[in-house]
Design a protein around this ligand. Structure first.
Ligand code: DC
Length: 229
């Protein structure tokens, strides 16, 4: 059975729950577009950091959001994030920018300004969109919603391995504490807090391999929406 090509599939969950790895693999498997919305928040955070704008400075963040031009390009099978012509895809992947992204993502103007670009990418369907509020706010009428969870130690380990592999020198304790802070910030904010949509399928990825999770998701999509084509 194959998957109808117009569906909107959402994946939400806390940092390190496996959303990006699984989302990318799932999109590839069912030939869908993969949208990593965390990268958009990271792009704004990266620019704010460069311009020394503090997370609490709503006026300058608002100006930044009005001026910034973010474009998404697919290259070599991966999604590249370009801000005002500068390819920042790799530069936004640090823990520092992740934590800052978490802070600025609680600012209403930042969320508002990124809403249209996300909905535009998803408008034609055939998309796997991952983030924190995909199933609750951005695509509330998505065809299938997943919510990934995993033990915080396992999430820290994954993040640690990822950064070590990239050649960064990191401290496990620091990553663990950073994740707790991010969990608190992302779930505790008043707008679009991290939470599972009522109709989301919850998958615990702690003891499951990437392939297992992707296969489970694909099976669920096919069971619910497969068109037999
Ligand atoms: O998924 P990530 O770690 O790249 O996301 C970075 C931060 O961006 C995350 O801690 C919270 C914010 N974010 C958000 O508020 N809403 C989204 N849809 C995606 C990310």
């Amino acid at each position: 059975m194959s998957v109808n090509h117009q569906l909107v599939v959402t994946i939400d969950g806390p940092a390190g729950s496996g959303k990006s790895t699984v989302g990318k693999a799932l999109a590839e498997k069912i030939s869908y577009v993969y949208l990593d919305t965390g990268a958009l928040y990271r792009a704004v955070a990266y620019r704010a950091h460069n311009e020394k704008i503090m997370p609490g400075d709503g006026a300058h963040l608002s100006k930044l959001c009005n001026e910034i031009v973010i474009s998404l390009e697919t290259r070599d099978g991966g999604l590249r994030i370009i801000i005002d012509g500068d390819d920042v895809t790799d530069k936004i992947r640090t823990e520092e920018i992740g934590l800052l992204a978490s802070r600025i993502s609680a600012v209403p103007i930042v969320r508002e300004s990124l809403l249209s670009i996300q909905r535009e990418v998803g408008s034609a369907g055939g998309i796997v969109a991952e983030g924190r509020d995909m199933g609750t706010v951005v695509f509330p009428r998505a065809d299938i919603k997943f919510y990934l969870v995993a033990d915080v130690i396992e999430r820290s380990r994954r993040r640690y391995d990822e950064l070590i592999e990239r050649g960064e020198s990191v401290d496990f304790e620091e990553i663990y504490r950073g994740l707790l802070v991010r969990d608190e910030q992302d779930s505790g904010r008043s707008i679009a807090p991290l939470r599972a949509a009522e109709d989301a399928v919850i998958i615990d990825t702690t003891y499951r391999s990437i392939d297992e999770v992707v296969d489970t998701m694909k099976r669920i999509i096919e069971e619910r929406c497969g068109n037999g084509a």
